[in-house]
Design a protein around this ligand. Structure first.
Ligand code: BMA
Length: 363
């Protein structure tokens, strides 16, 4: 349904009519998301949707109209939310860790927003101490080294954050939901639970926020806190950066095919999802925040009825602004989280897209 563009157009008209813009891009986005929740809707999101899909990728970012989408191939509709990944921006690289040029990421974000969609940004920065990737957990001193008094504080403040700020500023008035330092209650990223103290984590998050918001004055960012699942509400709040910094409470929760040793189980996945969304919902009410399912999925979608049989029943009763499934990698045939044209799970994905509650974006 063409739902988002209508709201965005209305809000733009309101702010254009007054002599001074009354709202920032971030506030406008907040209003759109709040309205969706009030209307009982859930936006569907897909990571890197316009940049590549299961068997294709955009080759020439400057000339490509960015009209291809695995989601659209199956449903006829774009996802309402598009996730983009900017790991590598901190290094001044030309392309992300997933080999997507930042020029393309910027263009795709703007194009998606112009179509009435919403953009969310994840960031898997390198390990600045070892030179390894975000998953390099060989030292528990990395976060500390970036904070005031640490040996990499200068690098963080003078190189990393400015490069991040330059990219976010280059989006202009395009508002984004930014969710840095995610899945921080597992220990697979160098900012994870066993790799820094709660105080250090909060300091890292707040330093990032203060730089972008106060030093750079960026007004296009909504801030999302998105820990992993499998934790308690106390764990979740132990590292919460603060009500003054966070706009949206998220959680990342996946169904695993193999790595957990237990095999796929829609029931187990759904039970944990309902438990997690349950306490996040209570916290969202208590702290007056939006909430979302910031990442989810079943890699390779071996369950032909996953969308309507597993995911939807678990989320339908929660006021989540959006649910985002992870990327369809063009270079890893089994690494996909949305159905693609011809895949056996496609009919169920199409059925999911027509549910009254679910919002996609009409081309
Ligand atoms: C992970 C995988 C990786 C990717 C990373 C960042 O979940 O998809 O292949 O590099 O996200 O996008």
């Amino acid at each position: 349904m063409k739902y988002l563009p209508l709201i965005l157009a209305t809000l733009a008209a309101v702010s254009c009519g007054s002599p001074q813009p009354v709202e920032t891009p971030a506030q406008r986005l907040h209003a759109v998301l709040s309205q969706g929740v009030k209307d009982g809707k859930i936006l569907y999101g897909h990571q890197d949707d316009l940049a590549y899909g299961h068997t294709w990728k955009v080759e020439d970012w400057a000339t490509d109209p960015l009209t291809r989408s695995d989601v659209k191939d199956v449903t006829g509709l774009y996802p309402a939310v598009m996730g983009v990944e900017i790991g590598g921006i901190e290094m001044g690289d030309e392309a992300s860790l997933d080999s997507v040029r930042f020029d393309l990421i910027r263009k795709a974000s703007k194009v998606h927003a112009e179509r009435g969609g919403i953009v969310t940004i994840s960031w898997h920065p390198r390990n600045p101490l070892s030179g390894g990737d975000a998953w390099d957990v060989s030292s528990n001193a990395v976060v500390k080294s970036l904070l005031e008094g640490g040996e990499l504080h200068g690098l963080f403040m003078d190189r990393w954050l400015p490069r991040l700020g330059d990219f976010l500023e280059s989006l202009g008035d395009t508002p984004v939901i930014f969710r840095p330092w995610h899945e921080n209650l597992g220990s697979w990223f160098w900012w994870g639970k066993d790799l820094c103290t709660a105080e250090e984590y909060k300091d890292l998050f707040r330093t990032t926020w203060a730089y972008l918001t106060e030093t750079r004055g960026l007004k296009n960012i909504l801030w999302c806190y998105s820990p992993n699942s499998g934790i308690s509400a106390d764990d979740y709040m132990d590292r919460y950066p603060g009500d003054d910094v966070i706009d949206m409470l998220g959680v990342d929760h996946y169904e695993y095919v193999g790595p957990d040793g237990l095999g796929p189980s829609g029931e187990r996945f759904a039970a944990e999802l309902i438990r997690s969304l349950g306490f996040v919902h209570a916290l969202a009410i208590g702290h007056d925040k939006l909430m979302c399912l910031s990442e989810t999925g079943l890699e390779g979608l071996p369950d032909p009825a996953w969308w309507t049989g597993v995911l939807y029943p678990a989320i339908e009763n929660f006021p989540i602004a959006y649910v985002l499934t992870w990327r369809n990698a063009w270079d890893q045939p089994g690494h996909f989280y949305a159905a693609w044209d011809g895949f056996e799970n496609a009919p169920d994905f199409r059925a999911f897209s027509t549910l009254d509650k679910m919002v996609f974006l009409k081309p």
